[in-house]
Write a protein that binds this ligand. Structure first.
Ligand SMILES: Nc1ncnc2c1ncn2[C@@H]1O[C@H](COP(=O)(O)OP(=O)(O)OP(=O)(O)O)[C@@H](O)[C@H]1O
Ligand SMILES: [Mg+2]
Ligand SMILES: [Zn+2]
Length: 593
């Protein structure tokens, strides 16, 4: 065990003395950087102090350095849990380029590569081990790590959870394996944890702290504001118009950029369209093979193409400094997701554009995603039956690797959903998890109310809908875009009930506006008339009529149409010419009968 670097002197003394010098030397010599950025020093200090730490810092702020620098000083092994293979490969490659031994364990390795990786960990040469939460959740893997300990090899000193918002069911990227790995962290003797994320509303912060059992954590939140990002939204009413605007926008912008789509089909279609228009574009989505994706990513990173057309499978932690624009051709399902994707622009601090091409119809795509997100009563019942059957067939009623076993039995249900189901069935005491990650079926034949169990998702589904409405609210608002984002990330601080020392999130605009977004630069032209302003909306008899899909309506200039969608103060109306157009509700009148 390498204990010589363990800290037992008071922090201040150490920081003032040799440690600070060593950190600075390492910053310069290993990473080639001159100074730490705001927030980094606080996080590093907290980690060096052996405290659990949660850092909420904007995309591109330099969160990786917050674990790399202290890990080199701490000695021992640092585990870095990362949700994406591409991300862990990218980060371990970069460390190796800087001359630091790092290993990434993932499903993309051949058997021989994996054996070599484990030998590297065993030999104590590797200071960093990158892995997925699924891998860390495996009991035999933790056993392997703990075995090393007994052999006198360096122990795990620090566990880093990158993209930690994935642990929260309220986050936009919930990954059940992030919850499953918690028992492994305990089994490893619960070393200090450093959780990193760019997007956490107070509710998500509270979830991270609770799930990771970070009782005396230091929370360092440097806010989300980045003054080099210019946000803008364009309201468009049909797909053709949107594609035309996309091409116009790309032609008018300089540098490289990303175009985000919500679906694989749209990603492919837009890619073809851009290439046909003579734009050097690559594409990236989850349906492509791993080698195709790597080739596309490399081309983009090395500036061999100008535009990357991608689904949200692309981008988490992608560290390309000079992305000059991120255009959302379809909106994502939440402002967290939007901010994280848009925030990949301008990491070098130079001006960058974040543009949303908004069509109200895209709401339906998101609603479709939402409808399949949570398991219903029927899925729960099928899984419970399958588990009982598997348990009966197995020795001592124990099912090893339950997710794999279930997926083989019920291939039509996605792996992520199965993980969620297992968590629910565990809560319902239909199964019990053994210390080794297997499960045993508990009750046989006792009737359970699956409808009631499925109800637990009702609140989450309602939350998802609300979050989607906030995204739409952003798109349709006439307010400063940054103001909306800051307010969103600040909201409900009390509701989060944080019982930890939290450096509160600063409001960098001090309640003001950014002066750079589309709404600040050219305020919306559709303003209420002075008479309307004097007339409170709630005046009886003056209230704006609420529309419902299917209502027959009349709009000046366009004539008669039918309401397709209602969202906030906007109404989408379809017309006999086949077009759907969006209006502010009060400009829409009931059809003359
Ligand atoms: N103190 C610093 N001075 C200069 N550059 C830095 C500093 N710290 C980090 N960087 C650089 O900033 C870039 C972004 O860092 P990093 O990938 O860690 O961001 P991140 O906060 O993890 O973002 P994301 O949320 O997208 O994952 C990297 O190229 C890194 O080298
Ligand atoms: Mg990162
Ligand atoms: Zn603004």
């Amino acid at each position: 065990m390498t204990t010589e670097t363990k800290l037992d002197k008071p922090l201040s003394e150490l920081l003032q003395g040799t440690l600070k010098k060593r950190l600075n030397a390492s910053l310069r010599d290993v990473f080639g950087l001159d100074a730490l950025r705001p927030g980094q020093e606080q996080v590093i200090r907290s980690v060096m102090d052996g405290r659990d730490t949660l850092a909420v810092m904007p995309t591109g702020a330099g969160k990786s350095l917050c674990y790399q620098l202290p890990a080199l000083q701490l000695g021992g092994l640092t585990l870095v849990v990362s949700p994406l293979i591409s991300l862990m490969k990218d980060q371990s490659d970069k460390l190796r380029e800087s001359g630091i031994a790092a290993v990434a364990l993932h499903s993309g390795l051949s058997a021989e590569e994996e054996r070599q990786a484990i030998r590297d960990i065993d030999s104590g040469d590797s200071r960093f081990l990158f892995l997925t939460p699924e891998r860390l959740a495996k009991a035999d893997f933790v056993e392997m790590l703990n075995e090393r300990d007994k052999d006198g090899k360096p122990e795990v000193q620090l566990i880093v959870i990158d993209e930690a918002h994935c642990i929260s069911q309220w986050g936009h990227d919930f990954r059940p394996a992030f919850v499953e790995m918690l028992q492994s962290i305990k089994a490893l003797g619960r070393p200090p944890v450093l959780a990193l994320t760019a997007t956490a509303t107070p509710a998500v912060v509270a979830d991270i702290l609770r799930e990771l059992d970070m009782k005396d954590a230091q929370v360092i939140n440097t806010g989300v504001y980045r003054d080099n990002l210019r946000f803008a939204v364009e309201q468009l009413t049909n797909p053709r118009e949107k594609r035309t605007r996309l091409l116009e926008r790309i032609a008018a912008l300089d540098g490289t950029g990303v175009v985000y789509c919500s679906t694989v089909a749209e990603c492919n279609a837009i890619h073809v369209e851009l290439v046909e228009a003579g734009i050097e574009a690559e594409r990236y989505n989850g349906r492509m093979s791993a080698s195709e994706r790597t080739a596309a990513q490399d081309a983009f990173m090395e500036n061999r193409c100008r535009v990357m057309v991608a689904t949200n499978a692309f981008g988490m932690g992608i560290d390309k400094p000079d992305i000059r624009f991120v255009i959302h051709h379809q909106m994502p399902g939440s402002l967290e997701a939007y901010y994280q994707e848009a925030g990949r622009a301008g990491r070098d601090g130079g001006e960058a554009h974040c543009i949303l091409l908004f069509e109200l119809k895209d709401k339906q795509v998101q609603q479709f995603f939402l409808s399949g997100r949570y398991p219903g009563a029927e899925t729960l019942a099928r899984c419970a039956d399958a588990l009982r059957r598997l348990a009966r067939e197995s020795e001592r009623k124990t099912i090893h690797a339950p997710v794999d076993a279930l997926h083989e039995a019920l291939p039509d249900i996605g792996v992520n959903k199965l993980r969620t189901v297992l968590l629910v069935l565990q809560d319902m005491r239909i199964l019990r998890r053994t210390s080794k990650g297997a499960v045993t079926a508990l009750s046989d034949g006792v009737p359970h109310d699956m409808e009631e169990a499925a109800q637990r998702f009702t609140a989450m589904a309602a939350h998802d809908r609300e979050v989607l409405e906030r995204m739409i609210g952003y798109a349709q608002s006439g307010q400063c875009r940054w103001r909306i984002l800051l307010d969103y990330f600040h909201a409900h601080l009390d509701a989060a009930r944080l019982h930890v020392s939290t450096s509160s999130m600063p409001d960098e605009l001090d309640g003001g506006v950014c002066c750079k977004c589309d709404n600040c630069v050219s305020p919306p032209t559709v303003m209420p008339s002075p008479r309307e302003l004097q007339q409170p909306a709630s005046t009886p008899g003056r209230a704006v009529k609420t529309w419902h899909p299917g209502d027959a309506v009349q709009v000046r200039k366009y004539g008669a149409g039918k309401v397709e969608l209602v969202s906030g103060d906007r109404v989408a109306v379809s017309f006999p010419d086949g077009e759907t157009r969006t209006f502010i509700a009060r400009y829409v009148k009931a059809a003359r009968s």
